[in-house]
Ligand binder design. Sequence first.
Ligand code: SAH
Ligand code: SF4
Length: 351
Amino acid sequence: MALDIRQLEYNEISEELAKINAPKFRAKQIYEWLWQKSARSFDEMSNLPKEFREQLKAQFDFCTVIESISQTSKDGTVKIGMQLKDNRLIEGVMIPDQNRATACVSSQVGCSLSCTFCATGFLKRERNLEVGEIYDQVILLNKYAKLNNGKGLTNIVYMGMGEPLLNYDNVMRSIKMITSPEGLHMAQKRITVSTSGISRGIIRLADENMNFNLALSLHAATDQKRDEIMDINRSNNLDSLVEALNYFYSKTGNKVTFEYILFDNFNDSIKDAEDLIVLYQRVPAFINIIEYNNVEGVTLKKAKADKRDAFVNHLRKRGITVAVRRSRGKDIDAACGQLANKNDAGITAKV
Ligand code: SAH
Ligand code: SF4
């Protein structure tokens, strides 16, 4: 298979074009078409001579994702199913808010980690997404943000299917394309990468000199409890995560956001809140309390409202700022952890 043009950075495109003796300025034109004007085929690059476009077609692959289905929730959330070049399917979500439109993008087909509460975790990881495939989700979701909200995307979260830090290179490249002045030129601070906690990946991120936000899917504040629901904790325990996150903070000055789903009778007691406070005191962090979207076949359930309120109040009494996140797009299974290519959504996946 030929090189996919959208896997290449600017200097790599220049190098490849030199091999076919194309003038230097063509690299800049192509790069702008790819990342600024969001072209999705060589034929759209109208200021390139036709013969040159044919030459490019022969030299490079240009893989795009195809929108296969879209659904809009009562609350305005849009979920799109996208078909990849090998017919596999992924999902991305656009979540509108008063002043925002957030794209939630996938980084892998399925996920190799099997967190017990997550619908994506039931799918096996089939492959990593390529840079263009991540970028295309942003382009397609941006279209809906413009259509339904009047303006484009304001934020991007890597919280769809898959573990972004296990597709490290492509995720980083996609962020570079989204933020670069030659690309979409979105501010880095408007991007959030969410990880289940891969210490080595967090350390690598810290060394990138980038300024986007990092969220850790914590969900339990002791190793004993976290081991029970997130297998990854056995090889990346809380001590190793604390160390990696402190390094991340020392390099970037950015606090991590602890994502904490409240599960009924599992991690929602005052003792659990105390454990969370102990951890919070070890790392500069924000806390987001997340409402769980019940998933069929999972014994863990969403916490009761009174337990949630008591938990949150306990943290607040200690002077901790806590954001409580309600779920969006529930009626179309677009909420976090429900991105599992359900058959009833008209989308199927090889499980
Ligand atoms: N793999 C990454 C990013 C994708 S998951 C990670 O785990 O962080 C995005 C977020 O959705 C994570 O915080 C995850 O724990 C959360 N999540 C998974 N299933 C959920 C569910 N059913 N309800 C609410 N949040 C869920
Ligand atoms: Fe994978 Fe994240 Fe789901 Fe865990 S929560 S199975 S890491 S997508």
